[in-house]
Ligand binder design. Structure first.
Ligand code: AHR
Length: 530
């Protein structure tokens, strides 16, 4: 089935491109550049784990208090104290795993302060995010309830920096031991007789920084100590995640892993990689956007390098690599943070493109990754939902929400290899000599469904992209797109649906598809193949 292009146009373009052959330079002199790729539908990379689309919620600004949690007495519509709009939108999006309570906050959080009657819970100063006072009304039970409401699996980050192995051990027993121990019975008395069966346990957060300012060998030694007591209480074996570096720091990983010689290895190893922006979110110029998008090359390289490092250790292959915090971190205006909470950052068309670049990387590196958590879920950094401050009744789905929606069909499929044309992610932009990520493509397949995601990160250029198909023949297809010609466009409280997913044209023939990607766009094509 062919839609959107005439057969003649398709054939002309196909002939010019030579279908995924290496194109002569001259072709790119054309004002409307033409890119080719080859989708190898039978060349499998690995499972696109749904966990690649996981999230992170920290006690920071208005992420938890005022964002997710408004309290049962709030005038804001809520379900048992959880903001109803957030619950509804997140359920629709599907959140595989949710990490909590930090971030930096995790290493100053003492879980016992967040259980029992709310009125008796101590008020504490949040030392990391503005010294404001939290009343601990959102604690372990509330977090678990929220996870159950949205269908997410909980992931706790335990306190190493200012905590103790006993505190972590007790938290695991409190959550997971069925009954009969003092801690299990306390959980039951607090309203949850059934064990929570929490699988994922982070052993600290950013040990090299806010998590205790450790050196890598010291962090490794702490992991050994904490892991000794982190047992399977009941039928849930804790999956322990060790603290890796910020960015692609090989020295940290070697130091940490060397310190573990002869002892229990982590089940997971977490790296954090933010993609910084030099401008306030609504003031990006083309060049700033391109600079930020280019950083994703380094994120991909970090995944490759850190995987290789882990693999070089005995049994290191069995360690799951987590990109535990990722996303764009722009220069956030003070006024936005004062009005709406710390690190409240607007998500624009550029942010959605950034999300698309990240999610494409996860598909392409599917065999190297275990889980990825975008930072953060609501009102902080690259969030999928924004409210107008902690008191705000408005709750909008951001451009990042829609980028994640576009990638949802990849979950549970098998990623397959895509070879780019001469202008690829890893290549050089022959138009102006700069290194540029153009266009970014990934694909996954499950039986008769082949899903292809394409991102045009250039703010200044539309792209015609032709993908030849190997190992499968397409019967028909449909495309969806998120696009705005203004790279700073966003969903505001006045115009919450300015950017939403729209149907898009795609030309499909048995051995190829062709699509026009406008400047700054994220598209997903679903092909029925045989
Ligand atoms: O996500 C915000 C902060 O970034 C987290 O608290 C910390 O882990 C990271 O440095």
């Amino acid at each position: 089935m062919t839609t959107g292009f005439t057969r003649r146009q398709f054939a002309r373009a196909g002939a010019a491109a030579g279908l995924a052959a290496v194109l002569p330079r001259g072709v790119f002199a054309a004002p409307d550049p033409y890119y080719t790729a080859l989708i190898r539908a039978d060349d499998e990379i690995g499972l696109v784990r749904p966990e690649f689309h996981s999230h992170f919620a920290e006690h920071l600004g208005s992420c938890v208090y005022g964002g997710i949690w408004v309290g049962p007495k709030s005038p804001i519509e809520n379900v048992e104290g959880f903001r109803k709009a957030a619950v509804d939108y997140l359920k629709e999006l599907g959140v595989p795993v949710l990490r909590w309570p930090g971030g930096c906050y995790a290493d100053d959080y003492h879980w016992r302060e967040g259980i029992g009657p709310v009125a008796k819970r101590p008020k504490r100063v949040n030392i990391w995010w503005g010294n404001y006072v939290e009343d601990n009304s959102f604690g372990t039970h509330e977090f678990i309830r929220f996870c159950r409401l949205i269908g997410a699996e909980p992931y706790f980050a335990a306190n190493v920096g200012s905590g103790s192995p006993r505190e972590m051990r007790d938290w695991i027993e409190y959550c997971n031991f069925p009954s009969g121990s003092a801690l299990a019975d306390e959980r039951a008395a607090n309203g949850s007789p059934e064990p929570f069966r929490v699988k994922y346990w982070g052993v600290g957060n950013e040990a090299w920084g806010c998590g205790g300012n450790y050196r890598p060998d010291g962090a490794g030694a702490e992991f050994r100590r904490y892991a000794s007591y982190a047992r399977a209480f009941g039928d849930t074996k804790p999956f322990l995640i060790g603290c890796g570096p910020g960015g692609n720091d090989a020295k940290w990983t070697r130091g940490f892993m060397d310190a573990l010689a002869g002892s229990r290895l982590p089940d997971g190893y977490s790296i954090h990689y933010y993609v910084n922006g030099e401008r306030p979110p609504l003031e990006f110029r083309e060049h700033d956007a391109m600079t930020q998008m280019n950083t994703f090359r380094a994120v991909e390289q970090a995944i490759i390098d850190q995987r290789e490092l882990l693999d070089s250790y005995d049994h290191g292959r069995g360690i799951g690599l987590f990109l535990d915090e990722w996303g764009v971190w722009d220069r956030i205006p003070k006024a936005d943070q004062e009005r709406n909470g710390a690190l409240w950052q607007q998500s624009t068309m550029r942010s959605a493109v950034a999300a698309g670049l990240g999610l494409n990387i996860f598909n392409r590196q599917a065999d190297k990754l275990y889980m990825c958590n975008i930072a953060q879920m609501v009102n902080v950094l690259q969030s999928v939902l924004l409210t107008d401050g902690p008191e705000g009744r408005n709750c909008v789905r951001t451009t990042t929400y829609y980028a994640f929606m576009l990638f949802k069909p990849h979950r549970g499929k098998t990623a397959v290899r895509v070879d780019g044309g001469p202008l690829t992610w890893d290549g050089r932009n022959l138009l102006d000599g700069e290194v540029m990520p153009i266009p970014s493509i990934s694909a996954s397949r499950n039986g008769s469904e082949l899903v292809v995601s394409l991102v045009n990160p250039r703010p200044d250029q539309d792209m015609d992209v032709e993908c030849a198909l190997r190992g499968a023949r397409a019967r028909q297809g449909r495309a969806q797109i998120l696009h705005d010609s203004d790279l700073n466009a966003y969903n505001s409280f006045d115009h919450p649906d300015r950017l939403t997913i729209q149907p898009h044209e795609v030309a499909v023939e048995p051995d190829r598809m062709r699509i026009m990607l406008p400047a700054m766009s994220v598209a997903t094509v679903t092909l029925e193949v045989e």
